[in-house]
Design a binder for this molecule. Structure first.
Ligand code: PEP
Ligand code: CO
Length: 459
């Protein structure tokens, strides 16, 4: 449907898992010993795949339905997973939060929710500068556990290729935990004792929130009764995994061909690329282009309609439903003005895409003390505006992309407990971006469910 441009047409004939190497690749670590890196990548190519091609295609079909307004996607997890923080209880808390929020959103939106965790591979981070300076000492920045380590020493900050193998092993371990939770029946995590609700007493408009929660939990009890002797039968829902496909050597090594000749990234169901690596003429887009997986790309407030059209043409030339997810992350103050023209540009092309809203990355602030944070009300505000703007354009907002932790962290401000800057030091664990904690995240899901109809109607 798109008349391919000369470069795109040329590129289309030449995709291979390593064809990205002929394009500019941003945000790649500087390894001191290229031979050591090459040996690790050879070893990685012999490691087992982490997911199956069949499940990635299943997810693509779900995303195609979400695009048509028949499902809603909740993509959620850490900004950066850590190797030393991925035991079974940790994964359980993360999946419990995902399950609970999905349950609440299903109620509010009256749609099944597709659960996509930022999990089992979210180990590499793009950074805005290459170096970090303290007291006159400059060292390379921390780029995620698959590259280096956060301590401010030259040794810790050295890019170590061995960590790519560790990333594969930690991803496999997290997946093992996820499967163990699924075998035990993920609906276990929806039992009353797993919900953290003390914050409710402090919440503004407490009665509305409580009434909705009572309804959600009552429905769950009823479903469990119906399920009877087959616990989990009604509530079993798959959790798909996703991560930022940043380190292209790693992603290439986990790219495998099926019997039909299609290439899949089998490190994750949904590889996505971030704002800093989303150039239509860049290596990351080139890499994603040839995969049979569903793929996703972040879209910022500065994207122009023509850039976005070029990206969509490149990543979804056949206009296949479910293939391409666009995650807008504009900031609460810019979304209103910037999103509409992009929606219109794609509508004019008849482009089939799924839109998600990431209300986190456009709302990051740095406090005078240097701590990065985000305000609960900015996050909620961007989501509200996103529903309104999509509705106004006859477009469908098909889901959310959130950074949230199942732990009781203190990284974002506000929410019912009214977290203040002075509270951030109490349990600030993220090495990169601030996450909603489990109470703030659950509150967000409840507030969305209560108000989504009103937001859509103010269009
Ligand atoms: C992220 O999601 O952690 C991220 C780096 O996003 P963005 O590319 O939108 O800044
Ligand atoms: Co982030």
């Amino acid at each position: 449907m798109y008349p391919p441009s000369a470069t795109a047409a040329n590129a289309l004939t030449h995709w291979a898992p390593d064809s990205w190497r002929s394009w500019p690749a941003l945000q790649q670590p500087a390894y001191q010993n290229p031979q050591a890196l090459a040996l690790v990548l050879d070893a990685l190519a012999l490691q087992p795949a982490l997911v199956t091609a069949e499940r990635t295609l299943h997810l693509k079909a779900m995303l195609a339905e979400a695009q048509q307004g028949k499902r809603f996607v909740l993509q959620l997890g850490d900004c950066a997973e850590r190797f030393d923080h991925n035991d079974l209880p940790q994964t359980r808390r993360q999946i419990a939060l995902l399950q609970q929020m999905s349950q609440v959103l299903m109620h509010g939106l009256q749609l099944p929710v597709v659960q996509v965790a930022r999990l089992a591979g979210q180990y590499a981070k793009p950074r805005s500068s290459d170096m970090e300076t303290h007291d006159g000492v400059a060292l390379p920045v921390y780029r995620g556990d698959s590259v280096n380590s956060p301590a401010f020493t030259a040794e810790a900050r050295r890019a170590d290729p061995q960590r790519l193998l560790d990333a594969h092993a930690h991803s496999a371990l997290t997946l093992k935990h996820l499967h163990a939770l699924q075998m035990a029946g993920v609906d276990q995590l929806l039992h009353g004792e797993h919900w953290s609700l003390r914050w409710l007493d402090l919440a503004q408009g407490r009665d509305r929130l409580q009434a909705l929660l009572t309804e959600v939990q009552g429905t769950l009890r009823f479903m469990r009764t119906l399920a009877g002797s087959q616990p989990g039968a009604f509530l079993h829902r798959e959790v798909y995994i996703s991560h930022e496909a940043l380190l292209l050597g790693y992603e290439q090594a986990l790219t495998r061909q099926d019997e039909d000749g299609r290439w899949f990234n089998l490190a994750t169901h949904l590889p996505w690329i971030g704002l800093r690596t989303a150039q239509p003429e860049g290596a990351h887009v080139e890499y994603l282009r040839g995969l049979a997986n569903p793929v996703a790309v972040k879209v910022g407030a500065d994207a122009t309609p023509s850039q976005l059209n070029a990206l969509v043409e490149r990543l979804n030339p056949d206009n296949e439903p479910g293939r391409l997810t666009l995650i807008h992350r504009m900031g609460a103050h810019l979304l209103h003005e910037r999103l509409g023209p992009l929606i219109e540009a794609l509508q004019a092309q008849g482009a089939q895409v799924l839109w998600l809203c990431d209300p986190m990355h456009g709302n990051t602030r740095t406090l005078p003390c240097g701590t990065k944070t985000r305000l609960f009300n900015d996050i909620l505000g961007e989501i509200a505006d996103a529903f309104t703007v999509h509705a106004r354009h006859g477009s469908w907002l098909g889901g959310l992309h959130l950074e949230a932790s199942g732990d009781d962290v203190t990284e974002c401000l506000g929410g019912a407990a009214g977290l203040q800057p002075a509270d951030l030091g109490k349990h600030y664990l993220s090495q990169v971006d601030p996450r909603l904690n489990r109470d703030q995240a659950l509150e967000l899901a409840l507030r969305i469910s209560l108000d989504v109809d009103a937001w859509r109607h103010c269009a």
